[in-house]
Design a protein around this ligand. Structure first.
Ligand SMILES: C[S@@+](CC[C@H](N)C(=O)[O-])C[C@H]1O[C@@H](n2cnc3c(N)ncnc32)[C@H](O)[C@@H]1O
Length: 237
């Protein structure tokens, strides 16, 4: 039987992955090869909201999973706060850079080069899951997998936080419906969200806070742009 024959719901999801990928020329590995790019999130500084969660003790050190960690700026902050960190990204360039940054600071971080949807089914239970800028690159048909991943790997009463594009924000955030993604076979550089849409997608969680990130000056040692949402959620017990 042809490998393009659809038999299961999984086959439909794989087909949608393939159709989107066929249309895209973007590669994260290529993006990370130039480490001197003037891209704000390439600076080795943690998200201002993440720093605030620790400062106001909403989040305390524990076992953390970071999804789409890139070169590790938030994983490094979490490790410095005494967390045990598993940091996952599918880009080998990002993981290599993250390992180098961690080594420079003598930090032990468990960097994993993996697609977040290929983490072991029998996963560790985490106190906190963090995602800075990965979720808006996830196609709508994979959101169920994303939610399953959170449900499967977070401890009861564990926290989940993300930053993601505001619709038409200053860093991007395409204002398109989920259907449009498939009509146009593109996420247009990353999907934008409204607060209402985030509340709907993460309706199984208790919302602690959804706010725009604070705009941070260049010289500050944190990262923040008001074109990103910062959402903090808690898994119901
Ligand atoms: C905008 S970058 C953010 C990187 C990092 N979190 C930061 O803020 O510096 C998004 C990252 O998500 C990763 N990514 C996207 N989809 C992924 C997936 N399905 N599994 C693992 N990593 C993924 C990309 O490789 C990229 O490094």
């Amino acid at each position: 039987m042809s490998k393009e024959t659809i038999q299961t719901a999984d086959d439909v999801l794989t087909m949608l992955d393939t159709l989107l990928k066929e249309q895209s020329r973007f590669e994260w590995d290529q993006f990370y090869t130039d480490r001197n790019k003037k891209i704000p999130f390439l600076k080795n500084a943690p998200d201002e909201n993440l720093v605030e969660y620790f400062a106001n003790k909403t989040i305390r050190s524990g076992h953390v999973l970071e999804l789409g960690c890139g070169p590790g700026r938030n994983a490094i902050f979490l490790a410095e706060k005494g967390c045990t960190v598993d940091a996952v990204d599918s880009s080998s360039e990002a993981i290599q850079w993250g390992k180098e940054r961690a080594l420079e600071r003598n930090l032990a971080i468990n960097f994993l080069e993996k697609n977040i949807f290929e983490l072991p089914q029998e996963s560790t239970k985490y106190d906190f899951i963090y995602d800075s800028g990965c979720f808006h690159h996830i196609a709508p048909h994979r959101r169920m997998d994303y939610q399953n991943l959170l449900n499967r790997t977070l401890k009861p009463n564990g926290h989940f936080a993300l930053t993601c594009f505001v619709e038409d924000g200053q860093l991007g955030g395409s204002k398109m419906t989920d259907y449009d993604v498939y009509r146009e076979r593109s996420l247009k550089g990353g999907l934008g969200f409204t607060e209402e849409k985030l509340r709907r997608i993460f309706a199984d969680f208790q919302v602690i806070e959804i706010r725009k990130m604070r705009n941070v000056e260049e010289q500050e040692h944190v990262f923040g742009v008001s074109g990103l949402w910062a959402g903090l959620f808690k898994k119901k017990g």
